[in-house]
Design a protein around this ligand. Structure first.
Ligand SMILES: [Zn+2]
Length: 278
């Protein structure tokens, strides 16, 4: 790889890691209803502000050996890992798609998916800032050359929302009539909580996914999300570990796979149908 390209990939990785650092702030604060701008980063142990040189992505965590400089409280390894993941996402998108808007779209979608997976897994919340904010970004990026047209992005968003709306309506109907869930679900739910299959966050998230990937991408994402969700949760249920299912985590995985390999998967599926139909 020529030196200039190497420098560009390096800068992109650093930019991604810095974005990952901000994503950490969002993942911590958005589910708690706090501002992501003010106040600046502070130690969860002693509350002292974190200086810029102690807030360098990944590096500071390694230098400080995962502890606060002042009080020595342990800092979660999630921080450097998310920064590292975001760096890999942005550099990887550049390498995979080249210096194109496609790379920007993929990197942004994967970053949003990472944030959603983390908040949904830890709090069962998909913040509107990720889903609706991402929807706005997806529609805006559709104005850029290449990829989806604005109409395709809008159709994708509408299909993502309505597909999950139908699934939710059917699931909630079955739930109400005791066809699924039953006593096991009642044990999981807190008192006074309405039983529901999918949250509104899942619907808004799929609108966002649709604005990036179009309606075909929505179908593939929902399919991949369901398959991985079932693959992970059926064994957990068999082990009697009952918990609500953060479906957004699996949709996030499905969306990233679709963004990277969707065309290839759909092409393969299309040719398989063509051969099978003969
Ligand atoms: Zn501290």
């Amino acid at each position: 790889m020529p030196a200039a390209e190497l420098v560009l990939v390096g800068f992109t990785a650093v930019f991604g890691a810095m974005l990952g650092s901000f994503l950490n702030v969002c993942v911590w604060r958005l589910p708690r209803g706090e501002s992501v701008i003010l106040p600046g980063s502070h130690c969860p142990g002693c509350g002292r502000p974190i200086a810029w040189y102690d807030n360098v992505p990944v590096a500071s965590y390694l230098v400080l050996r995962g502890r606060c400089r002042h009080c020595g409280v342990r800092i979660s390894a999630q921080y450097p890992l998310v920064e590292l993941a975001a760096g890999v996402i942005w550099a990887g998108s550049l390498l995979w798609f080249g210096l194109t808007f496609e790379a920007l779209r993929a990197a942004l979608l994967a970053t949003l998916a990472l944030g959603i997976a983390l908040t949904d897994a830890q709090h069962f919340i998909i913040p509107d800032e990720f889903s609706l904010g991402g929807l706005g970004a997806g529609l805006a990026l559709a104005l850029a050359p290449g990829g989806l047209s604005l109409l395709d992005a809008a159709i994708g968003a509408a299909s993502g929302f309505s597909l999950l709306w139908v699934v939710k309506a059917a699931g909630d109907w079955a739930l109400k009539r005791g066809l699924i869930g039953g006593e096991e679900l009642a044990q999981v739910l807190e008192e006074g909580e309405t039983p529901t299959t999918l949250g509104m966050g899942d619907l808004k998230m799929m609108a966002m996914v649709g604005s990036f990937l179009g309606w075909r991408g929505v179908l593939l994402t929902a399919f991949l999300g369901s398959v991985t969700g079932v693959a992970v949760f059926v064994p957990l249920l068999l082990l009697k570990r009952r918990s609500p299912v953060p479906f957004g985590v699996f949709l996030a995985v499905g969306a990233v796979v679709t963004a990277v390999a969707g065309d290839w998967l759909l092409g393969w599926y299309g040719s398989w149908i063509a051969v099978g139909g003969r």
